[in-house]
Design a protein around this ligand. Structure first.
Ligand SMILES: C[S@@+](CC[C@H](N)C(=O)[O-])C[C@H]1O[C@@H](n2cnc3c(N)ncnc32)[C@H](O)[C@@H]1O
Length: 225
């Protein structure tokens, strides 16, 4: 469930304006060859201030972004307007996507589901599956267990690998849930996607004082559903 703490984050912090390299590679490999890019429909859940939407719109794709944060969406709208680009922006909760079944060719989750409990994340990823066309692709980037800060993090009762704050980790503070994904949780979280590929990115930051670990899960909705 979206947490209003995100509004405070976007009100007080300048957010990154560029897409992650893994997303650029994924979109390039799977969609750059499309005959008519404007006919390829992307949805980004938890689009924040729009870094990934700007990239998609710049590349000529049809982009829709959903976020719970009005402030983030206002920032995304301003950025798109400055660059004379367009994308549909909707305020809502990724747990109940306001889109028809089979509406999108690709759903992107760049660190949205991780900010939700396990049960809520499961629901978000099921919703992503529902709105994908048969054969459509999910790109999901999600923080992994082992990311710095677990030892001193304030745990959320009743949940594995889930924290309310991780002051010694690479995360912003005060927006609610930080859920790290363990490898054995991937088949459950992404269970709707029978065809999956799983990679990871591990890097250090701040002069090696923290380690950031992320899964890159790519799922395909089966052609028959
Ligand atoms: C870590 S930020 C990532 C923003 C963006 N994807 C990017 O790469 O710059 C997480 C975003 O997901 C949004 N979010 C988290 N849970 C959500 C939910 N259940 N419904 C809608 N938005 C959500 C937050 O408001 C925030 O904008």
């Amino acid at each position: 469930m979206w947490n209003p703490g995100w509004d405070d984050v976007f009100r007080t912090k300048q957010w990154g304006a560029y897409p992650p390299e893994e997303l650029v590679r994924f979109v390039g490999r799977n969609f750059f060859a499309a005959e008519d890019r404007s006919a390829v429909r992307f949805l980004e859940i938890g689009c924040g201030p729009g870094a990934n939407l700007v990239f998609l719109a710049q590349e000529g794709f049809s982009a829709t972004g959903l976020d719970g944060s009005k402030i983030a969406l206002e920032q995304a709208a301003a950025r798109l307007k400055d660059l004379r680009l367009s994308a549909q922006l909707d305020q809502g909760d990724a747990m109940a996507l306001p889109y028809a079944e089979a509406a999108f060719d690709c759903v992107i989750d760049v660190e949205c589901a991780y900010a939700n409990t396990f049960a809520d994340s499961r629901r978000i990823l099921s919703e992503a599956h529902r709105v994908l066309k048969p054969g459509g692709l999910l790109f999901s980037k999600a923080f992994m267990t082992g990311t710095s800060g677990e030892a001193t993090g304030r745990r959320l009762d009743g949940e594995n690998n889930t924290y309310l704050e991780m002051p010694d980790g690479p995360f912003n503070m005060g927006y609610g849930i930080i859920r790290l994904t363990a490898e054995e949780e991937i088949p459950v979280l992404y269970g709707d996607f029978a065809e999956r590929s799983v990679d990871f990115v591990i890097r250090s930051d701040r002069n090696r004082s923290v380690e950031v670990r992320e899964w890159i899960v790519i799922g395909r909705k089966s052609a028959g559903r």
